[in-house]
Design a protein around this ligand. Sequence first.
Ligand SMILES: [Zn+2]
Length: 103
Amino acid sequence: MIINGVRWKIRLVSPSHPMLLTPWKTHALGVCDKTTRTIYIDNTLYPTRIKDVIYHELVHAAMFSYGVDLSYEEEELVAEWTGTYGDEIFRLANIIYDGIHMK
Ligand SMILES: [Zn+2]
């Protein structure tokens, strides 16, 4: 997958994978590693939850790829919000766009 010319890999991994361990010793559902440009996703999540986590991690990857420089808290807020509500907004935007285009 390429975002703004930056190639990213996505790996579905076991929840015990070391990349899913946070600095606070908790278990992350997904991690975007900017150093290796790899997104790690817990492979035991339900498909609908995996999609939300993919949205979340893709936001991190896109911000890095486009050079967006936010604080950790700001970036997490945008990523979490997009992961939770992005699908609904993009679905509605497509419905509106298709309605405009059909006229
Ligand atoms: Zn995050």
